[in-house]
Design a protein around this ligand. Structure first.
Ligand code: GLA
Length: 380
């Protein structure tokens, strides 16, 4: 059964009527532009055909109440009495509620049922999708128009200041504003976007190493701090403002690790722009080369891969039908994304999975995905 039907049916069983709204909020995969968003730079993600589905109806008593078909602990809280951040999936719902109130929104309550097929912790933005589903629930209930950049900022604020993960804006932004069959080039400075069509006759394949990351752990925040320190050395507010020539000219005296971090960000921003041209020219070969180069830089300069990500990327790159492959998301575990010839995608997936299993004894999850639209109220 598809998830829309499932969530509708469970809602009807529980509440004895049809939901007022069914909301879909997708996860994402980033094609290129990694660890550039919090440097005010460029990213090029797409939304995937895996999503959070939320069926709701309004409540008059100022409470939000929901249960997840996958998670144990249902949520039930008063909008005007959120208390302090705690643990569990419900914190993303509370965090968005908190951030909306902080931004001056007047909120009414709702109740419902949700489900999701975005794997948690794999780097496919299950939490950003939940945040955007929550934001859309509040907007739908109060009949307020969806403002994607504004809602993305609210989701980021929930993530940073409520859930305590100091992440950038990419995940919320793509979940909030994606377009079907396209990637989106996002300028994380002003949140302007450009639609970029996927090369014809290609598939996007996500290969989950099954090793996991956490963004509240130190690695991600360390990289942010290192980027800030490097920007300070060069006298710019963000590494986005640094070009290759100035980077080379003014690198004397900079700690070698910080220099490598800066080299990654400056070169990765360039790669996003060039990858966008390759996609616009419908050239998957060139696009693939930039993806491979991105992985190399994330491994050698930014040092956010692990052994399994390096292995998976290498296996993918060597397998017939692959134009290019790289780790995607925050790193330290999670997924590799590959651009593959469409008619080779199934065979490619089987071969890489077998090769990866042979070396690691881990069975990877593989998703051949479609680029979908962003968070929406789905018509009945
Ligand atoms: C995580 C964060 C994003 C971004 C990526 C790295 O997914 O949530 O904001 O920083 O890592 O590109």
């Amino acid at each position: 059964m598809n998830l829309k039907k499932l969530v509708q049916q469970r809602f009807e069983e529980k509440f004895g009527e049809q939901p007022a709204f069914v909301i879909r909020a997708p996860g994402r995969v980033n094609l290129i532009g990694e660890h550039t968003d919090y440097n005010d730079g460029f990213v090029m993600p797409m939304a995937i055909d895996r999503a959070v589905w939320l069926a709701i109806r309004p409540r008059e008593d100022g409470r939000v109440s929901a249960h997840s078909l996958e998670m144990d602990d249902p949520i039930d809280f008063e909008i005007s009495n959120l208390g302090k951040p705690g643990q569990g999936w419900g914190e993303y719902v509370k965090g968005v509620t908190w951030a909306l109130l902080e931004e001056g929104f007047e909120l009414s309550g709702w109740e419902g049922v949700l489900t999701s097929d975005i794997p948690v912790g794999a780097g496919l933005s299950s939490s950003a999708a939940l945040e955007m589903a929550t934001a859309m629930a509040f907007m739908a209930i109060s009949n307020t128009e969806w403002n994607a950049p504004q809602m993305a900022r609210i989701g980021q604020r929930a993530e940073n200041d409520w859930a305590g993960a100091n992440t950038g804006i990419m995940d919320q932004m793509i979940s909030a504003s994606a377009a079907q069959d396209h990637a989106l080039m996002i300028d994380c400075r002003d949140l302007s976007t450009q639609l970029v069509p996927l090369p014809p006759k290609t598939s996007i394949v996500i290969l989950d190493t099954m090793t996991r990351h956490t963004h509240t752990g130190s690695g991600y925040n360390d990289r942010r701090n290192e980027c800030e320190a490097a920007a300070k050395h060069f006298g710019v507010e963000f590494l986005r403002d640094l070009d290759k020539v100035t980077l080379q000219k003014n690198s004397i005296g900079l700690d070698k690790t910080l220099l490598r971090r800066a080299i990654h960000v400056v070169s990765e921003n360039d790669r996003v722009i060039q990858a966008m041209s390759a996609m616009q020219n419908q050239d998957p070969h060139i696009m693939g080369l930039f993806m491979n180069a991105s992985h190399d830089s994330l491994r050698d300069n930014f040092e956010v891969t692990n052994r399994d990500l390096d292995l998976m990327a290498a296996l993918a790159q060597e397998t017939k039908g692959c134009y290019g492959a790289r780790m995607t998301g925050g790193g330290f575990g999670g997924c590799v994304v590959a651009l593959v010839q469409e008619e080779q995608a199934e065979r490619f997936a089987t071969e890489v999975a077998a090769d990866y299993f042979n070396v690691t004894d881990m069975q990877p999850h593989i998703y051949i995905c479609k680029a979908t639209g962003g968070t929406e109220v789905v018509k009945n």
